[in-house]
Write a protein that binds this ligand. Sequence first.
Ligand code: ES4
Ligand code: ZN
Length: 324
Amino acid sequence: MEELIKKIPKAELHLHIEGTLEPELMLKIAKRNNIQLPFYNISEVKKLYDFNNLQSFLDIYYKSTNVLQNKQDFYDLTYSYLQRVQLDGVRHVEIFFDPQSHTSRGIAFSEVIEGIYEALVQGKKDFNISFFLIMSFLRHLSEEDALHTLEQSLPYKNYIKAVGLDSSEQGNPPSKFKNLFQKCQELGFLSVAHAGEEGPAEYIWEALNLLGVKRIDHGVRCVEDKNLISKLIESKIPLTVCPLSNVKLKVYENMKSHHIKELFDMGVRVTINSDDPAYFGGYILENYNQCMHHLGFTLDEMRQIAKYSIEGSFLSDIEKLNLI
Ligand code: ES4
Ligand code: ZN
């Protein structure tokens, strides 16, 4: 069965490239950059990956991210991810990167984006995985800070398909970034936003109505609002759900209590993604497998979810048809 799921062509639509930093690569990069880490081996690192909520994860995640310093580091990070997910039947990726978590440490925007982009180009040649980049803004920082990052990105405008919003959700509603997203739209960027992961259903409404997003990242708390569910179904707005992430960050107690199957049965366009696979215990195929195992999806339903992922991507209609 797992072999069959693996063969289904899929798109990964919710993936933070910084969240693919495996402990092995972290230690290797730290060594070559002469960075002292507070741990020495892989098992010590993995012991830290026991989270209570989103914030407890983000605290560790931003620290680990500090080992990434130059273009080669971002290249290696991205190429390793593509090498890994070609094995999972991934044919297209739309990857988040968080420039502010690097530029705030004095790393040049150019080092970050050139490293990631060059690896994506090479990955397309080597693994036949097409790609788009989504520049994601950190919502715990100010709108002004994000606007400054937008300015820095403009020389690379052609490298970036869409913008997103991530980091600490509660207390940082989409409405905080209304002007920013308006400006991004005028510049021709598409948009997505994390909403309804830990934050309330109201934040999903805000992302749709104030930011004009084309997809909702996570979005699982839509289950608390029937009108919102109807809106998602009618507008065909996809949710980029990350089941293993939700369990690791205690949005759900376990896989069996996850709502993805109920949402699917109601007709919401749910997709399955890995979020930060190096931290959450599995890449995209593992997320598909665990959904099938714990939630009773049939193989045909898994095919439908993979189809939603391609239909919900930012590829052109012709490109989508070529993948389905
Ligand atoms: C994230 Cl799981 C999650 N939620 C919000 N922001 C993030 N950045 C990286 N992973
Ligand atoms: Zn995420």
